[in-house]
Design a protein around this ligand. Structure first.
Ligand SMILES: Cc1cc2nc3c(=O)[nH]c(=O)nc-3n(C[C@H](O)[C@H](O)[C@H](O)COP(=O)(O)OP(=O)(O)OC[C@H]3O[C@@H](n4cnc5c(N)ncnc54)[C@H](O)[C@@H]3O)c2cc1C
Length: 406
């Protein structure tokens, strides 16, 4: 049981990475502890900047064939105020990046996985990664898996990649995972039917949390509630529907959106959400996607980070596999690229989370965004990933932003 690269986790990061490495001619094994299609608690919104990454994997047309819903912006609600922000086509990819998509993760992740298998990836569903194997010098040389029947399997690999999500066992085994106690959140997600579809994602802010929702596919309404984990302790005997409805008085516009609807899937929860990792590259191993650390559900950027990271890591591992002497330089370049692209966005998302704790600040922002649509567009375009926070320092960006019509 040997391969060039063992990728643990078949979410967007793992499947996209495995696909690119297999296309480059390497022997790749992709493993997930679940059978696919599998559910993943998510807002199910693909930001506009995902599009070029999907196109590079030849997935734009297959994705379109699945009939995802176009998402043209985000409506922001809170404190009785509503503001509408639209994605402006200002990124490197221009008009093609002016809308995102709403699509169920069961279908999207399956699409990515099928493409990886078509590219020649060996797929091991229901194989749980239990531990990493190391040589005498501490280099990671493989992993121990448990197959669907509960039997142990030892895999040797030149590289092992942890793409196993926010509670990454690979990151834990590498000893680099750290919780972020101040951001100790919990998310509940479910699908609803009979909610009037909209061409925008929705965020309904209230003190201490928010609802996020998107119409996905033809008419499924994907609902997320994100609250501090400690609120769960105060739930008492309330069931999940009562617990969620208990927040409607603080987000009445969202309560009205759900009036007359019906829930079609059970509530699924995930938390704590907030982790960071001290390092992402190691001798014989690397991390990608959520395994590198927490992504705030508020800004809906995790899938973009997963696709970006997968491409950057595929390039680095390609170089390392061709010429092992270059591995440290190539992997360090991946870590740097990731830090430059993702770091400021994570910082901005964390700053947003801190701002949410000050209702007066949220109200003041929403009031201004409602009055000046350009401000709402800017905020939403930033979270749509077409613009990097550092672009805000460039005069050319502002010229382009003013000229771009939503
Ligand atoms: C409530 C919520 C809402 C969100 N909404 C959005 C949104 O609207 N848009 C957006 O872009 N992002 C959103 N995100 C973030 C997004 O879901 C993630 O960033 C994205 O799924 C990361 O992809 P990934 O491939 O890194 O990990 P995942 O998609 O989590 O995939 C990891 C895979 O690893 C597998 N795995 C785990 N442990 C093991 C193991 N030991 N052995 C083998 N396999 C294992 C899991 O089964 C899973 O299939 C949201 C996140 C949350 C929590």
């Amino acid at each position: 049981m040997q391969c060039d690269v063992l990728v643990v986790g078949a979410g967007p990061a793992g499947s996209a990475l495995a696909n690119q490495l297999a296309r480059a001619g390497f022997d790749v094994v992709l493993t997930d502890r679940k059978a696919f299609p599998r559910e993943k608690p998510c807002g199910e919104f693909l930001s506009p900047e995902c599009t070029p990454y999907l196109a590079a994997l030849d997935l734009q047309e297959p994705l379109a064939a699945l009939g995802p819903r176009l998402v043209r912006g985000m409506s922001l609600h809170g404190h009785g105020v509503q503001a509408l922000g639209r994605f402006r086509p200002v990124g490197a990819h221009g008009a093609t990046a002016a809308s995102g998509f709403g699509i169920r993760r069961t279908r999207f992740d399956q699409l990515l996985l099928d493409a990886a298998v078509c590219a020649g990836v060996r797929w091991l569903p229901r194989h749980d990664c239990l531990a990493l194997q190391r040589d005498q010098r501490g280099r990671v040389v493989g992993a121990e898996l448990r197959d669907a029947a509960g039997a142990p399997q030892a895999w040797r690999a030149r590289w092992v990649v942890g793409a196993d999500g926010v509670h990454s066992r690979v990151a834990r085994a590498l000893g680099v995972q750290r919780p972020t106690p101040w951001l100790d959140q919990f998310a509940l997600v479910a699908h609803y039917a009979d909610v009037a579809p909209r061409a925008t994602a929705e965020v309904h802010l209230f003190p201490g949390g928010f609802f996020a929702a998107t119409t996905v596919d033809a008419s499924v309404f994907s609902v997320n509630l994100i609250v501090p984990r400690r609120t769960l302790r105060d739930r008492g005997s309330a069931d999940w529907d009562q617990f969620v409805a208990g927040h409607f008085d603080r987000a009445p516009a969202f309560g009205q959106r759900l009036a007359g609807s019906r829930r079609t899937t059970p509530w699924r929860g995930i938390g704590p959400l907030a982790y960071t990792t001290r390092r992402q590259v190691f001798a014989g191993a690397a991390l990608v996607g959520d395994a590198c650390g927490y992504v705030d559900p508020l800004t809906g950027e995790g899938i973009y980070f997963a696709l970006f990271g997968a491409r950057a890591l595929a390039e680095a591992l390609g170089a390392a596999l061709h010429d092992p002497a270059r591995a440290p330089v190539a992997l360090a370049a991946y870590a740097r690229r990731r830090r430059r692209e993702v770091g400021p966005r994570l910082w901005a998302a964390a700053a947003l989370q801190r701002a949410l704790r000050h209702p007066w600040l949220v109200r003041a922002f929403l009031q201004r965004a409602a009055r000046w649509p350009a401000l709402a567009d800017l905020m939403v375009t930033l979270t749509g990933d077409a613009v990097h926070p550092r672009d805000l320092l460039r005069p050319s960006f502002w010229r382009c932003f003013r000229a771009a019509t939503p």
